[in-house]
Design a protein around this ligand. Structure first.
Ligand code: XCC
Ligand code: SF4
Length: 662
């Protein structure tokens, strides 16, 4: 790890930050230095569930001796705070998913003329999961049934949300046994808010179980619904080439950036920017054309499907404006820093709010409406063009950019392992069983100005692939890798361990697979389920040589995601100070107790070297428990690889018999 203290580990970002300092322009990086985290709230020990408090449960033996005015123990307070973070995160993903479901319904009912069903195969696949008849029926009718059925998952009062049935049987049994199978998405969020309000649920373990039930509603509900419907409406991603970092902005074109999380308006902007009238309009304002880019997860959505370049993740949003090249920045929902409107005044950038849910003082509001989506998109583009003329000379111009490959969906990963008719997870499972691939890590979550931003992602990405661990990444974790130049097949050649490199070369993939936005963490759940079904590894998600890591997380959504992985059977490691750190009881439940019940856990560990160590330990222990060949670094080095490959050819020709490991 680069011990030299910088604000961002990304060279281009660091240059802009330094330029900003010279101009006395403040960003989240300086604010993070000035605003030290409250040490009581940071570890979960502050309760403000009622106005007899806020109560701060601190002191040497706080866990045993200190209680709130009402008598709440530290464990109760800490568990309640965590459960509320899960509820907040679940609400965010799921409300986004709800809007997607209503858009699908509007399309099916002919009310959203600017949208179509793009991926009928995916629609049928989803209909299959939901037991909806699709053969011989009009596509639009199937879409309507799919939308209606999924919308019911939000308001369902009893029973279970539909997609739980996509998990391996054993995983489902664990959920039943511990009473954490979510009934309806909204119901679990509401119940968590109820149970954590003053004077209701006081047993930390019991509170945390409801937290997990809510988190599962997020993963197998909100996130998965959002991913599926987005695929149905806009296409299931396949690998695309794109570019990342600030150099994606063009000096002589109108730069329009989409930021936030929801793909609907952004998709329409993608459609209209290439319309001749729009390009003519841009030219009439003196620009050579229109250049569309993205930030955060809206970027990931249009990057995965159209190769739209990304300026990066969360901590790049202010820095993007500081290039002085952004003519308009549309924002929808989530992870939008309120600081950007004030900052944009120092430049010429127009910040445009587009969601009826989110307004900002100092922004222009152009409200998205699915009934006239393209019209709204054109209005946005025109405003960006109009503003091109107002560009000032100020700004930190950066030319760095990196090529990247994005767009790995579950469906594509299956396809690339055997083509359209023989697609399966067999080759990947075999590679893990043989020890060519040591295990899989989901590297996800935010980037954070409290550490050298993107640096922990970079460190873990390089170390993990060096150790023959395949990485699947999402959200700002992907953006961190992309803006560092890590999302290319060449990365495998240069940095991956020999076993992983061999697999990457054979299948033709990079060692870090960009799976999409944060809601697309659901793709990791479906991949893990497919690997369990394929056989040879664990027959449930738990017990796989797989780990989740969110080294720089900051959002409540990240906590919801971490907890749904833990409840699904994946050990998860989060960076930073532990938000449950003040309670040993809660910490123990989230690690030791959860691992026993669900085979997943949630650790908090600020030191990246230790994160790596914990992750590799989990992977190696899982390998041992599955009686797989112990991982040996370098075993699949060149000579051995060639011998094995020759042997494999003999086996395929029926000349030799397979032996263990081949
Ligand atoms: Fe937000 Fe999705 Fe975190 Fe990035 S990773 S800072 S949540 S944009 Ni989701
Ligand atoms: Fe204090 Fe209890 Fe009120 Fe929390 S609920 S603020 S611990 S009195």
């Amino acid at each position: 790890m680069d011990k030299h203290i910088r604000k961002s580990a990304n060279e281009a970002a660091e240059k802009i930050i330094e330029w900003g300092e010279s101009q006395k322009i403040e960003t989240c990086f300086e604010r993070a230095e000035k605003m030290k985290p409250c040490p009581i709230g940071e570890t979960g020990a502050c309760c403000k569930m009622c106005h007899m408090g806020p109560c701060r449960l601190v002191g040497k033996n706080a866990e045993e001796e200190v209680v709130g005015v009402c008598g709440a123990s530290l464990g109760t307070v800490v568990a309640r705070n965590l459960a509320r973070m899960i509820a907040g995160g679940t609400a965010a993903h799921s409300d986004h998913a709800r809007d997607m479901a209503f858009t699908l319904l509007a399309v099916a009912e002919g009310e959203a003329k600017d949208f179509q069903i793009t991926d009928v195969r995916k629609l049928y696949r989803v209909a299959g999961y939901l037991n909806i008849e699709f053969e011989g029926r009009p596509v639009i009718d199937v879409a309507k049934d799919v939308a209606t059925t999924l919308i019911e998952d939000f308001g369902r009062q009893k029973g279970e949300i539909n997609y739980l049935s996509r998990a391996p049987k054993k995983t489902q049994e664990r959920w039943k046994k511990w009473g954490v199978a979510p009934r309806g998405i909204d119901r679990e969020v509401v119940e968590t808010m109820h149970r954590t309000t003053m004077g209701v649920d006081h047993d930390p373990d019991h509170i945390l179980l409801q937290g997990l039930r809510t988190a599962l509603a997020d993963g197998w509900g909100g996130c998965m619904i959002s991913t599926d419907i987005t695929d149905i409406l806009f296409g299931t991603p396949q690998p695309v080439k794109a570019e990342a970092s600030f150099g994606i902005f063009k000096e002589d074109e109108v730069n329009l950036v989409v930021h936030g999380h929801e793909p609907t308006l952004a998709e329409k902007i993608v459609d209209v920017v290439s319309e001749p009238e729009m390009i003519a309009y841009a030219k009439s304002k003196g620009a050579k054309g229109i250049n569309l880019g993205g930030m955060c997860c809206t970027a990931n959505e249009v990057l995965m499907r159209h190769g739209i370049p990304t300026a990066g993740g969360f901590t790049n949003q202010e820095l993007g404006i500081m290039t002085g090249l952004v003519d308009a920045l549309t924002v929808d929902v989530q992870c939008i820093m309120p600081a950007i409107t004030e900052l944009s005044n120092k430049f010429h950038t127009k910040v445009i709010t587009t969601s009826e849910k989110a307004k900002m003082k100092g922004a222009v509001h152009i409200e998205y409406d699915e009934h006239r989506a393209k019209e709204v998109a054109r209005e946005v583009v025109r405003l960006a063009c109009d503003n091109f003329q107002n560009r000032k000379a100020t700004g930190s111009h950066i030319t760095d950019k990196f090529p990247m490959i994005a767009g790995f969906s579950h469906e594509y990963i299956e396809y690339m392992q055997g083509g359209r008719w023989r697609g399966s997870f067999r080759p990947l499972n075999d590679a893990i069983m043989a020890g060519r691939v040591r295990g899989v890590v989901g590297l996800a979550g935010c980037d954070n100005p409290r550490v050298p931003s993107t640096g922990l992602h970079r460190f873990l990405a390089t170390e993990l692939i060096k150790n023959d661990v395949l990485i699947v990444s999402t959200g700002c974790g992907s953006a961190a890798c992309g803006t560092s130049g890590y999302l290319t097949p060449e990365m495998a050649l240069e940095n991956a361990g020999p076993g992983l490199r061999e697999v990457c070369e054979a299948i033709g993939i990079p060692p870090i697979l960009h799976l999409g936005a944060c809601v697309d963490n659901s793709r990791i759940l479906t991949i893990a389920s497919a690997m369990a079904a394929e056989g040879g590894l664990s027959d449930e998600i738990g017990g796989m040589p797989a780990v989740g890591i969110a080294p720089e997380w900051m959002a409540e959504k990240a906590i919801a995601i971490g907890c749904y992985f833990a409840a699904s059977g994946v050990p998860v490691i989060f960076g930073g100070e532990s938000p449950v750190g003040s309670s040993q009881e809660v910490t123990r439940i989230m690690t030791e107790v959860w691992i026993e019940r669900f085979r997943g856990a949630m650790h908090f560990e600020p030191d990246p070297e230790k994160m790596l160590e914990i992750a590799l330990n989990y992977i190696d222990n899982a390998r041992a428990a599955l009686k797989l060949r112990p991982y040996e670094p370098g075993r699949f080095g060149t000579e051995r690889v060639l011998m094995d490959m020759a042997a494999r050819r003999e086996i395929e020709r029926g000349v030799a018999k397979p032996h263990i490991g081949l």
